[in-house]
Ligand binder design. Structure first.
Ligand SMILES: [Zn+2]
Length: 212
């Protein structure tokens, strides 16, 4: 008898699993969609895991701006995501929130889970950092994903144009240099993030009444 585990072979005749990447700026509803997707799959009797890293709550949870929340596995750099799934009975899908902050190696592991083990992977995250440069994990997702989808849920720059890029604001000024990942928008942090259109991300104009 073969051992039945989360990584049992895909049943013959079933469709190929997929790696999908949903990206967009802050506040575009990524975490809300991640939670909705988890709910929908769960209702169909599928079993999944929800992963996150650096959630806005500071907890191992996926939380959305509109108040939804769910316990999640906090991804750390040393974590092997194939091993994580192997430790469970049966996993049909993964919801990977904040996937832009995973390591490139972990993105490779996600592709392995899809191809070798038939696990559907739905990754959500930012594409680019505060400089408008791709996060390495996001770049790898663009390269490997079966489907890439830009989310644009009515997040607007102060000028009314679609918000596309995240600006890091320190002391009321837009930062152009610094560490790629700095947690902001907390009481303890002098850093906040603001979504801007491309024009205003390039010019650094933050709009009236939005400087801190
Ligand atoms: Zn603008």
């Amino acid at each position: 008898m073969t051992e039945v585990s989360a990584l049992s072979p895909v049943p013959r005749g079933s469709r190929d699993a997929l790696l999908k990447f949903y990206f967009g700026p802050m506040d575009c509803g990524k975490s809300t969609l991640a939670l909705q997707m988890n709910y929908n799959h769960g209702r169909q009797g599928r079993r999944g895991l929800v992963l996150t890293k650096h959630d806005r709550s500071g907890q191992p949870r996926v939380t959305s701006r509109i108040g939804l929340g769910l316990e999640a596995v906090e991804v750390v750099d040393s974590m092997d995501l194939v091993e994580l799934v192997r430790g469970h009975d049966r996993i049909d899908y993964l919801i990977c929130d904040e996937a832009c902050f995973y390591t490139v190696e972990q993105i490779e592991q996600l592709a392995d889970l899809v191809d070798e083990h038939g696990v559907d992977v739905y990754a959500f995250g930012l594409a680019s950092d505060f400089r408008s440069v791709l996060f390495p994990a996001a770049q790898r997702l663009f390269e490997l994903a079966d489907e890439v989808c830009r989310l644009q849920v009515e997040v607007l720059c102060w000028c009314g144009r679609p918000g596309l890029l995240n600006a890091r604001v320190v002391g009321g000024e837009m930062a152009r240099t610094g560490e790629q990942v700095v947690i902001g928008d907390t009481d303890a942090s002098p850093v906040r993030y603001q979504v801007l259109c491309r024009r205003h991300h390039r010019s650094g104009l933050l709009g009236e009444g939005t400087g801190s």
